[in-house]
Design a protein around this ligand. Structure first.
Ligand SMILES: Nc1nc2c(ncn2[C@@H]2O[C@H](COP(=O)(O)OP(=O)(O)OP(=O)(O)O)[C@@H](O)[C@H]2O)c(=O)[nH]1
Length: 230
């Protein structure tokens, strides 16, 4: 497998493809690469050595529609390293991963979530621009290494509570031995990105037409959108 490699499958006009950029974020060693490789190839690679961020492209049908995923596998060296600002601004959505066997990696997620929100907001305040997801950051939360229950340090309920706080999808998974459960998390994030985009478009329409009480098809997510600042 090569990064940013050609996309297999049916070729079509690029304009008809939805493109969704996903950053996988988590403390060192939680299984970010294993999850990415699972989703991309359905295989499990136990030791995946890379020293910097790696990006992949992968086309897949989501609910019958073709989607081009761009996936950024981030690579923090220390548990105190936050993701690169460029990556945070680039991404349409985030897979936040901790390991159920590593309490520190769970604490990392709490810090990094706020950091992502702050960086995206600061970028918007400075430039007035965002990507298509707006300042809102669609996320899913994964507790990886679910096969290692005997070494568990983070209870399932703690993940559930955090995901309620984040208002996002949550699942405990095991990149080591699950395929469809891992894929479902990526698909769910893709759906959230599409919802967020529709919300942004609706906000723009309302703003342009001066119709603030207009279309309200979106209810998920607490954060504001790019067009909320009047
Ligand atoms: N038991 C078990 N081990 C896993 C699982 N996922 C990943 N690992 C192991 O955890 C270690 C780290 O996995 P990586 O995928 O390299 O983790 P990473 O988060 O990409 O690591 P960095 O790139 O160093 O930040 C490897 O030894 C993997 O084999 C899992 O679901 N279960």
């Amino acid at each position: 497998m090569s990064s940013s490699s050609g996309i297999r499958g049916i070729r079509r006009k690029k304009s008809s493809l939805s493109e969704v950029k996903i950053a996988i974020i988590g403390a060192p060693g939680v299984g970010k690469s294993a999850l990415a490789v699972r989703f991309l190839t359905k295989r499990y690679i136990g030791e995946y050595d890379h020293q910097s961020e790696t990006r992949y492209k992968h086309e897949i049908l989501v609910d019958g529609e073709p989607v081009l995923f761009e996936i950024c596998d981030t690579c923090p060296k220390l548990e105190t390293d936050m993701p690169l600002s460029d990556t945070i601004i680039w991404a349409d959505g985030f897979i936040l991963v901790y390991s159920i066997t590593d309490r520190g990696s769970f604490n990392y997620i709490k810090l990094v979530k706020q950091y992502i929100i702050d960086v995206r907001q600061q970028h918007y305040d400075k430039t007035g621009t965002t990507n298509s997801s707006g300042t809102f950051a669609p996320m899913v939360l994964l507790g990886n290494k679910g096969d290692m229950v005997h070494l568990r340090q983070v209870a399932t309920e703690e993940g559930e509570i955090l995901s309620k706080d984040f208002d996002c999808y949550f699942s405990e998974v095991a990149a080591a031995d699950q395929v469809s459960e891992v894929a479902e998390a990526f698909l769910e994030l893709c759906r959230e990105v599409h919802i967020s985009r529709r919300k942004n478009k609706t906000s723009l329409l309302n703003r342009v037409l001066g119709n603030k009480s207009g279309l309200r098809s979106y209810s998920r997510g607490k954060s504001d959108t790019v067009f909320s600042k009047d």
